[in-house]
Design a binder for this molecule. Structure first.
Ligand SMILES: C[S@@+](CC[C@H](N)C(=O)[O-])C[C@H]1O[C@@H](n2cnc3c(N)ncnc32)[C@H](O)[C@@H]1O
Length: 226
């Protein structure tokens, strides 16, 4: 899953992962994060997800990171927001698009997640991962989870400094189908995040993968806290 893979997906409009409606598991479980209004929510590998508009409607600022710049531009165009664009000369591939909607700020970095620093993103109060961890093959996931933790670690949030996270995963027989989205077991969630967080499963339920409707799939909601 190199950058060219994702560039081609967006260029060819093979973006079946993009949801037309706000994710119901986000609306159901956001309160588990206990966030005061005005908090900044980090959405790694954000695409042009409409969930970010919903987060703004709930009184939160959003910081997203998306590799493909055309996806970032589509997000602002489709939601009728005029962003201010800042080029970061110290890392020429990083551009920051920042716009206002519903009284909140949405800041999307057109950048490789692995090229960013905590200083780039600033204060992060919580993380929302939908179709990000599960978009990556097994060999990239530990590097990804460590980077998300590193970027969202704030000493001011709580004693541990960890911003809490809502993580959505899918589980199915990986031998039946290759990803993305990839299957992730509860043991793997532990492997990726267990050394930094207390992990609680909030829900697990049967689901359907549109690209393979015959597959037996379950969807899981995890709260990463402390
Ligand atoms: C499966 S999509 C999910 C998008 C979004 N979370 C959603 O729910 O619609 C994964 C996204 O991650 C982006 N991506 C992949 N690798 C990335 C990286 N290293 N840094 C930033 N974005 C990346 C892809 O371009 C793609 O838009």
């Amino acid at each position: 899953m190199n950058p060219e893979f994702w560039q081609a997906r967006w260029q060819d409009k093979r973006t079946g992962f993009n949801q037309p409606e706000v994710n119901p598991l986000l609306t159901k479980y956001l309160t588990a994060l206990n966030l005061p209004s005005g908090s900044r929510v980090f959405v790694p590998l954000c695409g042009k997800s409409i969930d970010m508009i919903w987060l703004a409607s709930q009184g939160y600022d959003v910081v997203g990171v998306e590799l493909v710049e055309s996806a970032v531009q589509a997000f602002f165009t489709e939601n009728d927001i005029s962003p201010k664009v800042t080029e970061h000369t110290n890392s020429p591939n990083n551009k920051c698009y920042q716009g206002q909607i519903l009284g909140q700020t949405i800041e999307l970095w057109a950048a490789d997640l692995f090229a960013l620093t905590p200083e780039n993103l600033g204060q992060i109060d919580a993380v929302y991962d939908r179709a990000a961890l599960i978009a990556l093959p097994a060999e990239m996931r530990l590097k990804y989870s460590e980077q998300v933790w590193h970027l969202s670690r704030n000493i001011s949030v709580d004693v541990s400094g960890n911003a809490p996270q809502i993580l959505l995963t899918l589980n199915y027989d990986q031998s039946e189908r290759n990803g993305p989205p990839f299957s992730i077991s509860s043991e793997q969630v532990q492997q990726y995040y267990g050394s930094h967080y207390k992990i609680t499963e909030l829900e697990g339920k049967p689901s359907i993968l549109n690209a393979a409707p015959e597959l037996a799939v379950t969807e899981h909601v995890w709260l990463l806290s402390e």
